[in-house]
Design a binder for this molecule. Structure first.
Ligand SMILES: *[C@@H]1O[C@H](CO)[C@@H](O)[C@H](O)[C@H]1NC(C)=O
Ligand SMILES: *[C@@H]1O[C@H](CO)[C@@H](O)[C@H](O)[C@H]1NC(C)=O
Ligand SMILES: *[C@@H]1O[C@H](CO)[C@@H](O)[C@H](O)[C@H]1NC(C)=O
Ligand SMILES: *[C@@H]1O[C@H](CO)[C@@H](O)[C@H](O)[C@H]1NC(C)=O
Ligand SMILES: *[C@@H]1O[C@H](CO)[C@@H](O)[C@H](O)[C@H]1NC(C)=O
Ligand SMILES: *[C@@H]1O[C@H](CO)[C@@H](O)[C@H](O)[C@H]1NC(C)=O
Ligand SMILES: *[C@@H]1O[C@H](CO)[C@@H](O)[C@H](O)[C@H]1NC(C)=O
Length: 514
């Protein structure tokens, strides 16, 4: 006992005390290393989430306001090659898919205004310039397509009084309307004067008026949109970063049956709330889509040498309610609801029977595609809609927005011009709006954000732990050596000379020292 006390006294002597201090410090280093290992990514996330906020003057804001990308829209038109036989002889329509007709786009968010509540409002400007070198021909090529305003009017009149239909027939006679029109590609897209719309504009009471007298599938889309969009900057709540707060002052659509289907709380497709996982469901709002489009993780891809997650609509996104109960609220006047793979947007298109699908009826019933001739079977590579997002900062890096526009024509026998036009979902065109990667100044930063933090974390943790361990080893070694020296000092002045063999059998190591 005496020896032990002495030993303790010696160990806590000034010579050894500094080694105890070193032990404490080294343990502290190791602990620090562990803390860094555990929390480093959280700190990085905090820094990144702060950097990407939409703040006046920040780089992220600049890129968002004037995206440094060159979006391109490629248009494919289904040219009807047997219009007369189709009407007179009841044959299937034979369609000839022609395209691409390519327009290069420039995007900019205009009239930016920050609001006090962590939102920013803007009008989207998109300028389209025809690029003949990337197209199959000039945008003056003439195509034959269904007369959308006329067939919309006749299809809508299906449930009207008979005399109205007859009146409509005589008006159409006077206006010399035909169920198919011959127009140039440019006219079909950007607008041509339509006699029916012109008439409607003059006679229909002001409240019910259609806003245009021209018809075009992309009419009025070239330029600054009148739609005022307010999105969250992420300043108050990073989980809403980039999501729509208000669209023309409204946070919900009026058309559908539930708040869940009417909500506009989705991204416009450019930026998403950061820290995206494979379980995240992204949501995109587009005015012409008339709803939020959900996107789920499909696979990881590399875009400009940066890892991105590919998000794509689930296969049952446009399935009828029997297959996907979530879609019940998108069928306000059903059943019957739209067939599998079609989305009825007539409520957003002035009641025109417009149905959206994916190109070539991808993910839709094959009977829709085979109801016409000339559409090849869908191909995921060519016809799938997807967005590749950077999971760390939530920015889209590349995208293919692919949508087909169809007209759901109803046969109306009382109107002689269209009496032989059967019930059919008539494909008109499809488009692909694409973004192919981001410029190097953006992707370099993304690479930094993806690659540096794990390395930095490993280095810092490693260095701290190694320093800690080396110090600990040194200290313990010194202490043990000190202790041994003390014991051997004792032993040499005590009774025995040989320590190891004898102490081994003793129950207590300090017995021989007595
Ligand atoms: C579209 O079809 C019509 C009628 O068959 C034809 O005259 C026209 O040349 C076609 N247009 C193109 C661009 O091929
Ligand atoms: C109409 O169909 C009949 C047979 O059903 C065929 O003999 C005739 O050639 C067709 N006419 C046209 C213009 O295609
Ligand atoms: C950003 O700040 C500049 C200078 O302070 C100002 O002129 C500009 O209007 C601001 N922009 C927005 C969108 O608030
Ligand atoms: C934020 O402020 C804008 C402009 O005052 C307003 O339109 C919007 O409704 C507000 N949003 C929220 C979530 O309070
Ligand atoms: C869109 O507008 C720009 C000018 O604002 C014009 O140069 C361009 O030709 C227009 N594009 C189309 C397809 O009309
Ligand atoms: C992601 O989904 C898997 C499988 O459904 C589940 O086990 C996991 O808990 C989910 N992770 C998160 C973060 O929700
Ligand atoms: C599309 O929706 C409109 C409005 O709800 C409805 O009147 C029409 O019958 C629907 N069309 C089809 C083919 O379901």
């Amino acid at each position: 006992m005496k020896g032990k006390e002495k030993l303790c006294a010696k160990l806590s002597s000034t010579f050894l005390r500094k080694w105890w201090f070193v032990v404490a410090a080294s343990v502290l280093f190791v602990l620090l290393g562990i803390i860094v290992a555990v929390f480093f990514m959280t700190w990085v996330k905090l820094v990144i989430n702060h950097e990407i906020l939409l703040r006046n003057g920040s780089q992220a804001f600049g890129w968002w306001a004037k995206p440094p990308v060159v979006p391109v829209i490629r248009i494919y038109i289904y040219n009807v090659t047997n219009a007369d036989e189709f009407l007179n002889n009841g044959t299937k329509p034979i369609l000839d898919e022609i395209g691409p007709y390519t327009y290069v786009e420039t995007w900019e968010r205009r009239n930016l205004k920050f609001n006090d509540n962590g939102t920013v409002s803007f009008n989207m400007e998109k300028i389209y310039v025809f690029d003949e070198s990337q197209s199959v021909g000039s945008d003056e090529d003439v195509v034959v397509v269904p007369n959308v305003p006329m067939l919309s009017a006749t299809s809508q009149s299906k449930h009207a009084a008979r005399f109205l239909r007859l009146a409509m027939a005589s008006i159409m006679d006077i206006l010399k309307l035909k169920p198919f029109v011959e127009v140039s590609v440019g006219q079909l897209l950007w607008g041509y004067e339509d006699p029916l719309l012109k008439l409607a504009k003059d006679v229909v009471p002001k409240e019910q008026k259609l806003p245009y007298e021209e018809f075009g599938l992309m009419y009025n889309k070239n330029g600054t949109s009148p739609d005022r969009v307010t999105v969250f900057t992420g300043a108050n709540d990073i989980t809403k970063y980039g999501l729509i707060d208000k669209y023309n002052g409204k946070s919900h659509l009026p058309h559908w049956l539930s708040d869940k289907c009417n909500t506009l709380l989705g991204s416009d497709g450019s930026i998403f709330p950061p820290s995206i996982t494979k379980n995240t469901t992204l949501k995109i709002y587009d005015k012409d889509l008339c709803r939020l489009l959900p996107l789920v993780y499909e696979k990881s891809v590399m875009v400009n040498e940066v890892e991105a997650y590919r998000f794509t609509p689930p296969v049952d996104v446009f399935a009828p309610p029997e297959q996907n109960p979530d879609n019940q609220c998108f069928c306000p006047h059903g059943p019957p609801c739209a067939p599998n793979g079609l989305f009825n947007v007539s409520l957003c298109q002035f009641d025109s029977p417009v149905m959206l699908s994916f190109p070539h009826f991808y993910l839709a019933d094959d009977s829709l595609r085979t109801a016409v001739e000339g559409i090849s079977p869908p191909d995921k590579e060519k016809h799938q809609l997807y967005v590749d997002v950077n999971p760390i900062i939530g920015t889209s890096m590349s995208a293919r927005a692919r949508i087909q526009i169809n007209l759901a024509v109803s046969q109306v026998v009382d109107i002689k011009q269209v009496a032989t036009f059967p019930d059919i979902v008539f494909p008109i065109m499809w488009f692909e709006e694409s973004i192919d990667g981001l410029p190097p100044e953006v992707t370099n930063l993304m690479q930094l954000a993806a690659n540096v933090p794990p390395v930095a974390r490993a280095c810092i943790t490693g260095i701290l732990v190694i320093i800690g361990c080396v110090m600990l080893f040194l200290a313990v070694w010194r202490l043990v050596r000190g202790a041994n020296r003390l014991s051997s000092l004792h032993l040499s002045t005590g009774h025995h000379g040989t320590v190891p063999q004898t102490t081994k059998d003793m129950p207590m190591g300090n017995v021989p020292r007595r």
